[in-house]
Design a binder for this molecule. Structure first.
Ligand code: SF4
Length: 380
């Protein structure tokens, strides 16, 4: 893209490095033709960008990433193209490998998450497997949604890619069955759950999660006459309590040696690489009741409750966090206020391997950091 075209993009779209919950995310290629109605692109004012375009060279983008104040070599979890395009689209794949191979040549061992619903080939698996340093995880997004107005791209593509990538071996990278977005009434029948249980054996682990139903996405649903999944929007993902119970029950019937199910992306990614959860969810003990014993043990060994002083010292590296105040630190999480956005909070969470919550958006017990919608018993 020309400098003028980049300057004309919405401000958030121009920020190609952004901290998201599961990692520091690089997004210098933007635009996607797959047309999922619930796409997060709506919230970046990029919905009309249906053709992938690079805002800068891959080399410049990697430099921005590794020079970013949030980046810590060998530590910060990274994500490539998880906001505005699919990394395995024909025009994007080359950029993906250029980034991965550049990071790898630098000897960096950071975790790198690559989320796709696209076509992955044997050649792709070979290239991924030749990366010697970065810890790559492929997360295959599968919803099972049959309504083509909501998700025009067939879920079968991701399933074929996942089976191929998981069967390839021996391999250094890991695979996740990324079952999302789950929406009551759309893809949660008993048959949908049974299908997902069957597919879960084709990955190293499974994560289930709900829908980000933000205002911009709701506006799009209404303007296009799509069936609205919820009566209200929320800043967090929505997974109603009864849906979660049905999912856990369906997965509980699998053989004991089946790949495990997780509620949190970082838990599944960390498990797949034999590491403790990099988001420090272990303190929120009700999240861990479905986790394998060996993984629980890993997280328990790594669990350190930081002091308020350690939190303030870590925040001291960030100019935007100078106004942060620590309200309370418990075994579960630290509660802070005064941060201007989510991004420094994610930095602190990863840096300390411990949950850091914003007092303005309290986390309720048993709701697992999700929206209140569908959780009547723990609202408040
Ligand atoms: S023990 Fe808890 S925090 Fe650790 S991976 Fe399992 S669920 Fe996540």
């Amino acid at each position: 893209m020309s400098k003028e075209a980049v300057a004309a993009l919405p401000q958030r779209a121009r920020e190609v490095v952004e901290y998201r919950k599961s990692g520091l995310s690089l997004n210098h290629v933007q635009g996607c033709p797959l047309g999922c109605a619930f796409c997060i692109r709506h919230t970046y004012d990029l919905w009309d960008a249906d053709r992938p375009r690079a805002l800068m060279s891959d080399g410049e983008a990697v430099e921005q990433l590794v020079r970013h104040r949030y980046f810590r070599p060998h530590d910060t979890p990274l994500q490539v193209f998880n906001r505005a395009t699919d990394p395995f689209l024909p025009g994007v794949r080359g950029h993906l490998f250029a980034v991965l191979e550049d990071l790898d040549r630098r000897g960096l061992t950071n975790p790198v998450l690559v989320i796709t619903r696209g076509f992955v080939s044997v050649r792709d698996c070979e290239r991924l497997n030749s990366l010697a340093n970065v810890k790559v995880t492929l997360l295959f997004t599968y919803s099972g949604i049959d309504d083509k107005r909501i998700e025009p791209h067939p879920s079968g593509t991701a399933v074929r890619s996942m089976r191929l990538a998981t069967s390839y071996g021996p391999r250094r990278y890991r695979t996740i069955f990324y079952w999302r977005p789950l929406v009551p009434g759309l893809n949660d029948t008993t048959a949908h759950l049974a299908r997902a249980v069957g597919l879960s054996r084709w990955a190293d682990a499974t994560v289930f999660t709900g829908l980000f139903y933000r205002d911009e996405i709701a506006d799009y649903y209404r303007a296009n006459g799509l069936p609205e999944p919820y009566e209200e929007t929320a800043r967090r993902k929505i997974v109603p309590e009864t849906l979660e119970e049905r999912i856990l029950a369906a997965f509980a019937r699998r053989p004991p040696d089946a790949p495990p199910l997780f509620r949190k992306t970082s838990c599944a990614v960390s498990y797949a690489h034999g590491l403790p959860d990099y988001n420090g969810h272990y303190g929120i003990d009700e999240l861990c009741d479905i986790c394998p014993a060996a993984q629980l043990d890993r997280c328990a060994q790594a669990h350190r409750v930081p002091t308020a002083l350690q939190l303030l010292e870590a925040a001291g590296a960030l100019p935007e966090a100078t106004g942060m105040r620590v309200i309370e630190v418990t075994e579960r999480a630290a509660e802070v206020e005064g941060l201007p956005s989510e991004q420094p909070r994610y930095y602190l969470q990863h840096r300390l391997g411990f949950q850091v919550h914003d007092a303005a958006h309290p986390h309720r017990r048993r709701r697992h950091g999700r929206a209140a919608i569908g959780w009547e018993s723990t609202n408040g």
